[in-house]
Design a protein around this ligand. Structure first.
Ligand code: SIN
Ligand code: CO
Length: 375
């Protein structure tokens, strides 16, 4: 990892002192960085119906929010007015944005969410707010003034189309220049205002809520549930009122349901598939015609493979999950697949029939490509 990214802090020190605890400002975190795409390319993405985007403007009358795909007209609003365009999931669309996100791999992939890019005109921004997730705000082109606050009052403005803090009281502020980075833990109030046109890249993280985990886990469990027997009541007692649920029935059903058990290994299986599940709007593009296994093997033994930027490949011990599915790991493939999961590429694929057949299947699904360097 580059020494500059965390301003000379080791990832270990960052995790101990800052992660989920307190902000960190790093000047020159990525020297020479001034963004990954032009304003026009960003606007093209904002107009694409397969891309999640937002337009936000404000004036004395209040805030305006439009969700993408954004019409051309909106993107022609004069630069003399403050407005901003945000594009989510840039890492899924642009290999360079995926590479940017992977610079933060001192945090497990299971916690990485996406890269968002914003373009703003002078004075533009999304207003004072807080996020529920950790974020690294990396300044691209131009400059943005960030104000932050550890305030406990996180009351939002009533009726606004976006989440704006009612009483934002800045405690610290900095003007970020290209390549500067600001890390904020969850629920830290912040406000970024462009000084002239600018772009900002947010490397965001994910943390499911307890409710989300609970409902998703119960779905997972339901699909695998296998309970024997059925309700029986050979000792049924005569009761005065047939409309009354028999108390013995409640006890017996409580016993049946009490037999539902799960282990840490069920939780592991659930997490692997849940966290590697692609987001709703993600679709893979399988190649039009997949070469046969033999030709594929020849190619990748020399040139390796690379995961598609949309692919999520997670591992726990010898278990692997790809895009929501548990992988049936062939004998002798575990080491190679673990390296692929970690590095997201293999410079050369070993001559192993099971591994090659599996990678060939994944190629057919559009999950990976031959050529470690995108060739
Ligand atoms: C922005 O890039 O304007 C917003 C980023 C954020 O505040 O989370
Ligand atoms: Co924010």
């Amino acid at each position: 990892m580059d020494k500059t990214l965390l301003g000379g802090l080791s990832p270990r020190t960052f995790l101990r002192d800052h992660w989920q605890k307190k902000p960190l400002l790093v000047r020159g975190a990525i020297p020479g960085f001034d963004g990954l795409l032009s304003r026009d390319a960003l606007f093209d993405l904002a107009r694409d119906e397969d891309v999640e985007s937002r337009f936000i403007a404000h004036d004395s009358a209040g805030w305006q929010l439009e969700r993408g795909p954004l019409p051309k007209q909106l993107l022609k609003r004069p630069k003399s007015q403050p407005w901003t365009v945000l594009v989510q999931g840039l890492n899924l669309l642009l290999p360079q944005a995926d590479a940017l996100m992977r610079r933060f791999a001192f945090i497990p992939y299971a916690r990485l969410d996406d890269v968002m890019v914003s373009y703003a005109t002078d004075g533009g921004g999304v207003g004072p707010h807080f996020d529920s997730y950790d974020v690294f705000l990396l300044q691209g082109s131009g400059r943005r003034r960030w104000q932050i606050s550890a305030q406990k009052d996180l009351t939002l403005v009533d009726g606004a189309p976006l989440r704006i803090l009612r009483d934002f009281v800045p405690e610290q502020e900095w003007l970020l220049e290209p390549g500067d980075l600001l890390y904020l833990p969850p629920h830290y109030a912040h406000n970024g205002v462009a000084e002239g046109e600018c772009t900002t890249y947010s490397i965001g993280f994910r943390a499911p809520s307890a409710q989300e985990l609970g409902t998703a886990f119960l779905d997972h469990l339901r699909d695998r549930l296998c309970l024997d027997g059925m309700y029986a009541d050979p000792d049924l007692a005569l009761q005065d009122d047939p409309a009354r649920l028999p108390p013995a029935m409640i006890d017996r059903v409580a016993d049946i349901l009490g037999a539902i058990r799960w282990s840490r290994s069920d939780v592991e299986q659930f997490l692997g598939s849940y966290l590697s599940e692609p987001k709703q709007h993600v679709f893979f593009d399988p190649p039009d015609d997949t070469p046969g296994l033999k030709r594929f093997a020849q190619k990748v033994s020399k040139h390796g493979v690379r995961l598609d930027t949309r692919t999520q490949l997670l591992r726990s011990g010898r278990h692997l999950w790809i895009n929501g599915e548990a992988v049936d790991v062939p004998q002798g493939s575990a080491g190679t697949l673990a390296a692929l999961a970690r590095d997201r590429l293999l410079a050369a694929v070993p001559d192993h029939a099971g591994t090659l057949a599996l990678l060939h299947d994944w190629y057919g699904d559009g999950f990976l490509y031959p050529g470690a360097h995108g060739d």
